[in-house]
Ligand binder design. Sequence first.
Ligand code: FAD
Ligand code: MLT
Ligand code: ZN
Length: 516
Amino acid sequence: MGGDPAPRGDFAVLTDADLAAFREILGDDNVRTDARSLDACNEDWMRKYRGNAGVLLLPARTSQVSAILRHCNARGLAVVPQGGNTGLVGGGVPVHDEIVLGMRRMNAVLSVDPVAGTVVCEAGCVLEDLEHALNARGMTAPLDLGAKGRCQIGGNVSTNAGGLRLVRHGSLHGSVLGLEVVTADGTVLDLVRTLRKDNTGYDLKQLFIGAEGTLGVVTKVAMLAPRKPTGVDVAVCAVGSFADAVAALRDARTKLGDCLQAFEFFDRASLELVLSTLRGARDPLPKTKAPFYVVTETAVFGDGSGKGSVTHRAARRRVRAWVRSLRKRGVAIDGVVGEDAKHASALWNLRERISVALKHAGAVYKYDVSLPTERMYDLVVETRNRLAASTSASTSTSTSASTSAASTSFDASKVSVLGYGHLGDGNLHLNVSSPDGYHPGLEAILEPFVYQWTAEQRGSISAEHGVGAMKPRELAHSKDEASIEAMRRVKEVFDPRGILNPYKVLPPRLTEHRSK
Ligand code: FAD
Ligand code: MLT
Ligand code: ZN
């Protein structure tokens, strides 16, 4: 978990007068101090990070966000912007008693332009709701992720979420056309544009994409909304090695070309966990016990009427032929193509719901790294080896880790190491499942090993989930000191008092966060 939480900074303590000021801005109902509201906003999705906020504020308008921040900045009160609270690095919950600014009431879709292929919405729009609104106009959102039923577009932008279709749509740094942002002193930056071309100096919006709420509160988002495909096909192929999974990716890029929307992988351990944990999950290829599986999604856009346009039926034949050719050439052991939408969704679930299965299984150490594609899975193997070596000295299954920092014993026989992720993006999700809970001994085996190994490959210690509360002290594994210093200076421009999401992203200076 990146060590002990940072000590509380020198921020003001919430008073009755502050609550009265917030009620003046928002009305009584939207200043929540009841136990149920506070419980929900203080704890993250994984139940790994827990803060102690005394109030949840629910603005409905940009002007209210601005008034709240103006008050907090003047008073020196720390604030955590919170979207759907699905983040996986503890960025959206307080560390101490920061005020939580929940964005869920700001959920309007403001405009959709099917000709330009753009949408403007408020930051609190749930991604799936936005997707439905766009589907009704023949369009789609430029990202998709397993948390879509809960995560908000403002949270997606603030984490620069990647997700399952980055292969087709690219990152939000490309898809987001404009933002409205409120900075720490309440200043509203109107950067909302739906123009594809705008070279008028510094592209300020880019700074807020992936800033994890440390530079400002995103209140509106303008982005590309591509055409919705007329049909999609999902295939799952069993492969005999990770090298074959990579060979299948190479092959898909040439043979499926522009149709390719997603190229994902998971290992046997991930499949076993999903099958044993999630009701209704079925082995896609029960006759094959393969070590790896790849998932592809392809899209078709025409209806077969125009020149060069193919029907969905023809497109599906093409995918089936591709899967057959992989088998014939020995790249895949077996494969299956979704017969209809229900079957396709069941196949997708095997990959998409691994994180939910892990949550059901208990505590999980999640690492989200970018690595050279061919070497990605080596980290999973090395982690398993390290775990085995660190625990083999023990005579019983209940063991004490041999790492010097480790003093707490844990049952190594229950710990499993899983690898899955976005193969098409070079993004591995290394997950260490510990059904008995989090253990300092286990953590000491994993960290800083995972970060050091990743840095040695010149990878990134956060491919898509962000830095949050989990990794500020590890940032130097992916950024040099001069770059971290430049980030600090950017923070000072937008948030000179440091009230926005303190303790997140930036590593503490030695003199910072004086304990109270
Ligand atoms: P929160 O968790 O509420 O917040 C995340 C961060 O953004 C915090 O630092 C918070 O302070 C900040 N923030 C939130 N809203 C705002 C705002 N309006 N203005 C400023 N800052 C804000 N991530 C991926 O990248 N790819 C995936 O495929 C993926 N799959 C997931 C699947 C599951 C089942 C789950 C639980 C999570 C997954 N995630 C994935 C992680 C997470 O869903 C994403 O990071 C998501 O973008 C977070 O959105 P949220 O609204 O829940 O944000
Ligand atoms: C995913 O790709 O499934 C998400 O990033 C969540 C996770 O890493 O578990
Ligand atoms: Zn992911």
